[in-house]
Design a protein around this ligand. Structure first.
Ligand SMILES: Nc1ncnc2c1ncn2[C@@H]1O[C@H](COP(=O)(O)OP(=O)(O)OP(=O)(O)O)[C@@H](O)[C@H]1O
Ligand SMILES: [Mg+2]
Length: 374
């Protein structure tokens, strides 16, 4: 029997729940050429959301072409430009036989090569190289608009894991070039998204940064509990098992509605449940989940300084004011001025967030693990 909860790959089909508002907003932006910037912590469902909209639109809008580029494994501007050019050419061609011709038509000095997998039925791939090794970034960034105009198409470029531009040699210079070209585009629009909330918030919302006010900024919210409370019991029921609404709610709340962890925990609970879920099963599953993730969490903590850990300890103990002499002394936090630096470091490392007067842990499972172990 297939396990009715999925994580680790994109949520789609009936596994994709709700996000109706975000789907509509993104879909409207894509169709009307409005740029979008999406930020959320890791594994909240950015990629699934974009993929859902792309899939929907590509079946209903033949003149709209959506290009999805994932920067996950890209580590230099050169690699990025080559990938960008390749994906734009592929998405705006009707069949692979046209790839070579379109490269020659639209990119000055690029040399196309069509590679065939050696297995029968394996994918055909386009490979690009540049004759004199000189890629002109401005020409490549302009490609979506040039092709869209020529072919009377609308093109949307989605760039996932956008925070990875931080690894390139000159991220800000590159962003300046992209923005200067893209802001003139009438037939192409852009959707940039990724995790590393702190970094991307800076990239997208700081006045001094090139992508400041580039488009509709979306902080992805969590999925409301009411949708999970329909989904989880239904998935149990379909496979002849049962979970009460109370336990389903407890399951969701124990991982603070984090979409990935909700699915992961629900899967564990489902596996351990023979007929009907009990409290003991839920507890056991949560312990197992913490166990599975302990190694990674330990590594995260190893990257923190003693004062950063002490700050988290104080927060865990319910301290509200971190700068009183008593707190500074009993938690060995150093001077008052240190607190600002500690907060900045925890934010920069994506461990904690400081949206209001009180800090928050970014990863709810990490928080649980920390509370149990420190
Ligand atoms: N709309 C949804 N309905 C149900 N589950 C979801 C939904 N969105 C996300 N999830 C769950 O969260 C997991 C992570 O989703 P996804 O990969 O889309 O997130 P992401 O924000 O792109 O993650 P990353 O930060 O790693 O790129 C999915 O595998 C799925 O288990
Ligand atoms: Mg993703």
């Amino acid at each position: 029997m297939a396990i009715p909860f999925q994580f680790g790959h994109l949520a789609d089909g009936e596994n994709f729940i709700n996000r109706q508002e975000e789907v509509n907003r993104l879909s409207t932006n894509f169709q009307s050429g409005v740029n979008t910037l999406i930020i959320s912590p890791r594994r909240w469902g950015k990629s699934s959301l974009v993929a859902k909209v792309v899939k929907q639109l590509s079946t209903t809008n033949p003149t709209l072409r959506v290009v999805t580029i994932d920067l996950f494994a890209v580590r230099s501007e050169q690699q990025f430009l080559s990938l960008f050019a390749r994906e734009v050419i592929k998405a705006t061609s009707t069949k692979w036989e046209e790839w070579g011709e379109n490269v020659r038509k639209f990119i000055g000095n690029a040399v196309p090569k069509i590679a065939f997998g050696n297995q029968p039925g394996a994918d055909v791939e386009l490979e690009l190289s540049w004759a004199d090794k000189k890629i002109d970034p401005l020409e490549i960034y302009d490609l979506p608009e040039v092709i869209a105009k020529k072919k009377k198409l609308k093109v949307v470029i989605c760039i996932d894991e956008f925070q990875n531009i931080g690894h390139f040699a000159d991220p800000v210079g590159m962003q300046k070039q992209m923005r200067s070209v893209w802001q003139k585009h009438q037939h192409a629009s852009y959707c940039l998204y990724g995790s590393k909330k702190h970094f991307l918030t800076h990239v997208f919302t700081h006045q001094s940064m090139p992508f400041y006010r580039f488009g509709d900024l979306m902080y992805l919210p969590k999925i409301e509990i009411s949708h999970w409370l329909k989904f989880i019991p239904m998935q149990f029921k379909k496979s002849g098992k049962k979970i009460s609404t109370t336990l389903a709610e407890e399951l969701c709340r124990s991982v603070s509605l984090h979409p990935f962890y909700v699915q992961q925990l629900a899967q564990r609970v489902w596996i351990l449940t023979e007929n009907e879920t009990t409290h003991a099963i839920l507890d056991k599953s949560l312990d197992a989940l913490l166990n599975d993730n302990a190694f990674g969490f330990q590594r995260d903590v190893e990257n923190l300084t003693a004062t950063q850990i002490n700050f988290m300890r104080a927060f865990k103990d319910g301290v509200k004011n971190f700068t009183t002499l008593e707190t500074l002394t009993s938690y060995e936090l150093g001077t008052q001025g240190n607190i600002k630096r500690i907060k900045a470091a925890l934010e920069q490392k994506d461990i904690m967030d400081f949206p209001g007067p009180q800090p928050e842990f970014i990863d709810p499972l990490f928080e649980l693990w920390f509370r149990r172990n420190f």
